[in-house]
Design a protein. Structure first.
Ligand SMILES: Cc1cc2nc3c(=O)[nH]c(=O)nc-3n(C[C@H](O)[C@H](O)[C@H](O)COP(=O)(O)O)c2cc1C
Length: 160
C-alpha cells in the first residue's frame, strides 16, 4: 500500500508528529509550504484571522501527487478553532484526488471534532483514523503511545 503523510507546521509540532508517523510507516512525507509569511506577530495575527474567516492561501507546488497514493495522512495545527489555512488550501485543491484519508492535528486545547468534520467535508472522504495531540504532549515527547494507537487503528481499517 502506498502511503503519503502531508502536513503543514508553523512552529514545528505538527512536523515532529508527521516525521514520526512517516518513520513508523516507512512512507513518503510532504510538507505544505505557505507562500504567505506566517512568521512573528504579524504572521500569527494573519494566521488567526485567515483561519477564522476560512480563507485560502497560496501554497508552494507539491511534489507528490496524492492521487497516486492509496492513503494520504493529513496533519494540521488548529488555528482559531479551525483547520490551518495552508491545509484548508491543500484539501480544497486536491479534494478529488484522495482514495483514503486519515487526519491528525496538534493544538493547545480546542475541540478537534469540528476541525475533523471540516476536513472530512473538504476531502469528501471519511477518515480511516484520527489523532489529536496537544502541543505540550509533543514538546515533552509524550505522544508516542497515541501515535502507535493511531497507526494500529489505521492498520485495522486497511485490513478490513
Ligand atoms: C494563529 C494561531 C491560532 C491558534 N489557535 C488555536 C486554537 O484555536 N485552539 C488551540 O487549541 N490551539 C490554537 N493554536 C495553537 C496551535 O494549534 C498549536 O500550538 C499547534 O501545536 C502548533 O502547531 P505547529 O507547531 O505545527 O505550527 C493556535 C496557533 C496559532 C499560530
Amino acid at each position: 500500500m502506498k502511503i503519503l503523510v502531508v502536513f503543514y507546521s508553523r512552529s514545528g509540532k505538527t512536523k515532529k508528529v508527521a516525521g514520526k508517523i512517516s518513520d513508523l510507516l516507512k512512507c513518503e512525507i510532504e510538507e505544505i509550504i505557505d507562500l504567505k509569511n506566517r512568521k512573528g506577530i504579524p504572521g500569527f495575527l494573519s494566521a488567526g484571522s485567515d483561519a477564522n474567516l476560512r480563507r485560502l492561501t497560496t501554497i508552494k507546488e507539491i511534489k507528490n501527487n496524492p492521487s497516486l497514493y492509496d492513503l494520504v495522512i493529513i496533519g494540521t495545527p488548529i488555528w482559531s478553532s479551525n483547520i490551518s489555512t495552508p491545509i484548508r488550501t491543500y484539501l480544497s485543491l486536491h479534494k478529488e484526488d484522495f482514495k483514503n484519508v486519515a487526519f491528525f492535528c496538534t493544538q493547545l486545547g480546542s475541540d478537534a471534532k469540528k476541525i475533523f468534520d471540516d476536513m472530512k467535508n473538504l476531502s469528501q472522504k471519511t477518515p480511516l483514523a484520527l489523532l489529536v495531540l496537544t502541543s505540550r504532549e509533543v514538546a515533552r515527547d509524550q505522544y508516542m503511545q497515541k501515535v502507535k494507537e493511531f497507526i494500529n487503528n489505521l492498520k485495522k481499517e486497511i485490513m478490513k
